[in-house]
Design a protein around this ligand. Structure first.
Ligand code: AMP
Length: 542
């Protein structure tokens, strides 16, 4: 017998309509590419999103058409998300940090019909347009006054487009499984892979990650999405903030410490989220300027492992709670968040600190397990580490137009490519990407653990560990370090600092210093490039 409850499809525009009806005067505060800080409300956002959707009809955009955006986080980008998704089109977020070959590949592979772009990216797109035969036009996200001279074919001014739109536009009735967002993720081999979100997965993901033990957003919050909208759904903040009725703050193009601090202050931000490199810049700025974090209560740190020293600085020096989070594009993206759960109140301060370093535990709707190379499930004892497998309604079931192997096994488990432990309380800790883990004499060394310890040294700005071929042990760790400005610390001093803090056989054989560690388009350490740089390196122990 079926239940007698209503079939109310989980659609993205319902989030916006809810925000309008109950939190219509809450604000979206953006740093614009034109310069000034722009403020308006959810009511304004919804009115303009509807106008945009109706303008798309006039343009002949159909449900299921894929439309690209290359833009910073800002109010217009948010209008485009809601307007297009609500219309039934699919928003394909383009990461401007990708190489031009990759950009051309993903735009053509997705068959983007139009591309919306911020002023910043006009030159980039002008150089690329000849390679994009399917794109019919480019909509420049600015007003008439700032519209540039451009060689882009069919260049349209965003505000002019909107001016002709109908604010009474009615969102069409869609099936909740309709696709609405597309984000490509680049593996180390092969072409980038397209992850195709649905209305249902976005709504469910916003709901589940908004739980009190996860992001826990409330209508009193002011949320700054530093994590870009072109990186894995901006960790859902563009959906979860309006769902909760929280203000949302958009930092635009400027990510340096002073600019981020300014937006924290202007927006009276209570929760914010980004990768560790952004927070490193903010912490340096705070140290130099002597400023404090007046309103900020919680900072979500993920995308790469958060060093324990960063957690300590936020919590002890700035009285801001750190929520260490893990996830991936294929997971919408949040898969786990680290908050102390009920029943663990009796842990000592030290034990709690050790727990906070972990990547956390999954919210409802994410299932997790770890397995060995033969597929056997490993114990949840916090010691055994193996391949991290996940499943749930916000986890990808396939990539767009995938011609390779299926991405989930017969039981629906998706292999994250990460290696981790799971402890008896359900907390997961990433030890490495499977391809980065160092295999020394048949045993695994976690590069993340060694990096976390190294960046705890006050003279170390950034650290990366890679495996170097060794005649006896197959691979041994090489520690690559960027010193803090003015520091002359030596490799021996670093090793002396690490002694006693890690297992003897995990001690890096050598320490080398570089001016800069390469990063990927999503802010992670680019281990592949580092391995390439040091491919001929001969360890002193070899
Ligand atoms: P992306 O799809 O670009 O978000 O990248 C996902 C990958 O980033 C994961 O599979 C992890 O390897 C890495 N990652 C994300 N968050 C964390 C974290 N908190 N600690 C360690 N690695 C992380």
């Amino acid at each position: 017998m079926k239940g007698l409850m209503q079939d109310w499809p989980l659609l993205v525009p319902t989030i916006l309509e809810h925000a309008c009806t109950y939190h219509g005067t809450r604000e979206i505060i953006s740093r614009t590419t034109e310069g000034p800080i722009h403020r308006y409300t959810y009511n304004d956002l919804a009115r303009r999103a509807r106008k945009l959707a109706s303008a798309m009809d006039r343009f002949g955009v159909k449900q299921g058409d894929i439309i690209g955006t290359m833009a910073w986080n800002g109010y217009r980008h948010m209008e485009i998300w809601y307007g297009l998704m609500g219309h039934g089109a699919i928003v394909h977020t383009l990461n401007p940090r990708l190489f031009s070959d990759q950009l051309a590949y993903i735009i053509n592979h997705a068959e983007d019909r139009y591309i919306f772009l911020d002023l910043t990216f006009v030159p980039l797109m002008e150089a690329l347009q000849e390679r994009l035969p399917l794109v019919k036009g480019f909509i420049i996200m600015t007003d008439d006054e700032h519209m540039p001279e451009t060689a882009l074919k069919n260049a349209i001014c965003y505000e002019e487009l909107l001016a002709g739109g109908d604010e009474e536009y009615q969102w069409p009735e869609l099936d909740e499984s309709t696709a609405c967002g597309l984000c490509y993720t680049s593996g180390t081999t092969g072409n980038p892979k397209g992850v195709l979100y649905s209305h249902r997965s976005n709504v469910l993901h916003a709901l589940t990650t908004n739980g009190a033990d996860a992001l826990g957003l409330k209508s009193q919050d002011s949320v700054m999405a530093v994590v870009p909208m072109f990186h894995a759904n901006a960790w859902s903040l563009v959906f979860s903030a309006p769902m909760a009725g929280a203000n949302i703050v958009m930092p635009g193009a400027l990510m340096d410490g002073a600019s981020i601090y300014e937006m924290l202050k202007v927006g009276k931000v209570t929760l914010t989220a980004a990768v560790p490199t952004i927070w490193q810049m903010l912490i340096s700025y705070l140290g130099q300027s002597g400023e404090s974090l007046e309103h900020l209560q919680r900072v979500v740190i993920g995308g790469a492992a958060c060093p324990p020293s960063m957690i300590e600085t936020f919590e002890k020096t700035y009285q801001t709670q750190v929520i260490h989070a893990w996830g991936m594009t294929e997971m919408s993206p949040l898969g786990s968040l680290c908050t102390i759960k009920g029943g663990l109140d009796d842990l000592s301060a030290e034990e709690k600190q050790a727990l906070k370093i972990k990547q956390g535990r999954p919210p409802y709707m994410v299932e997790m397990k770890i397995i060995d190379d033969d597929g056997n499930e490993l114990p949840r004892d916090g010691k055994a580490f193996g391949h991290l497998m996940v499943k749930g309604p916000c986890v990808a079931s396939d990539y767009l137009k995938n011609e390779d192997e299926p991405i989930v096994d017969d039981e629906g488990w998706f292999d994250t490519g990460d290696v981790s432990t799971l402890d008896q309380h359900g907390y997961m800790q990433i030890t490495d990407r499977a391809k980065d883990v160092i295999k020394s004499g048949g045993e695994w060394i976690s590069t993340i653990d060694v990096e976390n310890l190294a960046v705890g040294h006050s003279h170390v700005e950034e650290a990366a560990v890679i495996g170097i071929t060794h005649p006896k042990w197959d691979e041994r760790p090489l520690l690559v370090i960027v010193r803090k400005p003015g520091s002359e610390i030596s490799g021996d001093e670093i090793k002396a600092y690490l002694t006693g803090k890690l297992a003897k056989w995990w001690m890096p054989d050598d320490v080398v210093f570089v001016d800069e560690i390469p990063h990927t388009a999503t802010g992670k350490i680019h281990k592949l490039t580092l391995r390439e740089t040091f491919k001929d390196y001969v360890l002193s122990t070899a």
